[in-house]
Design a protein around this ligand. Structure first.
Ligand SMILES: Cc1ncc(C[n+]2csc(CCOP(=O)(O)OP(=O)(O)O)c2C)c(N)n1
Length: 275
């Protein structure tokens, strides 16, 4: 399936809808797409890229810009979609997603416009975010770092080293957003290694915290724009593969290749197909 042509978008809701559409289009790939965990962050990505991030694909010469790190790199279809929508990436690149001759791999690779660090090996995004935020403060810039983590990803111990370091280093310019969809690859997070009480874990490490509905744009916006003096951890309650028939809130949504009928059903459920 060819990807829709690039569009210029204004609101976070339009952007989130466009991201969802592109995720479903990309799921035609025989390599499969991490549909569930990409859809679960679509609204967060919509707000981030429409309203919050300053010059996110601005390269390294702009020291005052924001950096976004998709630590749960398997959800790269949501990132690629956002980068297309803001004009950082050519929409045609999506057509060869995960193919040998394409530029977009199944995880984000440094070198793609708007991707500052390669991710996919879980547990590295937050430590990188600490370094970026610390560098920003030491340079005396307005730089901020925003990191999206999976909840299952929090089982990686490196996250908790970073979580300890950030408040100690005074990183008020660092935001961790946990995609709390309650699933990981092997099952429900609470059946694997339970995370609760998750918000108080972060606050006990010295972070400011917010627990929000990760599909409610006003709540996402309010959490990300509230004045803060310490690093912020946002626990975003989300639904894996939200709105995708047969996959919503299931373990099987983790990675999928959707056939024509399944994609049509998903687009219909999203109101993007009427017949
Ligand atoms: C270090 C590392 N170990 C294992 C994996 C394989 N892996 C890919 S996705 C995933 C599950 C992650 O769960 P979660 O962070 O909750 O992601 P989500 O459910 O939101 O997609 C795992 C274990 C990996 N990418 N990196």
């Amino acid at each position: 399936m060819r990807s829709s042509s690039q569009s210029s978008l204004a609101t976070s809701q339009q952007l989130a809808d466009a991201i969802r559409l592109r995720i479903i289009e990309m799921s035609a790939s025989p390599a499969g797409v991490h549909v569930g965990g990409s859809i679960s962050i679509a609204d967060i990505m919509g707000v981030l890229y429409a309203e919050i991030l300053r010059n996110p694909a601005g390269g390294w010469s702009d020291h005052d810009r924001d950096h976004f790190i998709l630590s749960k790199g398997h959800a790269c279809s949501a990132l690629y979609a956002a980068l297309v929508e803001i004009g950082a990436l050519d929409a045609r690149a999506l057509d060869s997603y995960a193919e040998d001759d394409g530029i977009l791999a199944g995880h984000p690779m440094k070198g793609i416009s708007g991707v500052d660090f390669s991710t996919g090996a879980l547990g590295h995004g937050l430590p990188i975010g600490v370094g970026i935020a610390l560098g920003g403060l030491r340079l005396g810039t307005r730089r901020r770092a925003f990191v999206i983590l999976g909840d299952g990803e929090l089982q990686e111990g490196s996250n908790w080293e970073a979580a300890m370091a950030a408040p100690a280093l005074g990183l008020h310019n660092l935001v961790a957003i946990v995609d709390r969809n309650r699933w990981q690859i092997s099952g429900a997070t609470e059946d694997c290694v339970g995370l609760e009480p998750l918000s108080s874990k972060w606050s006990s490490f010295g972070w400011e915290t917010a627990v929000i509905d990760g599909h409610d744009h006003a709540q996402i916006r309010d959490a990300l724009t509230a004045p803060r003096e310490r690093p912020l951890a946002v626990v975003a309650e989300t639904i894996k593969a939200r709105g995708v028939p047969g996959l919503e809130d299931t373990k099987d949504s983790h990675s999928a290749s959707l056939d024509d009928q399944e994609r049509a059903a998903a687009l219909r459920a999203m109101g993007r197909l009427t017949s």
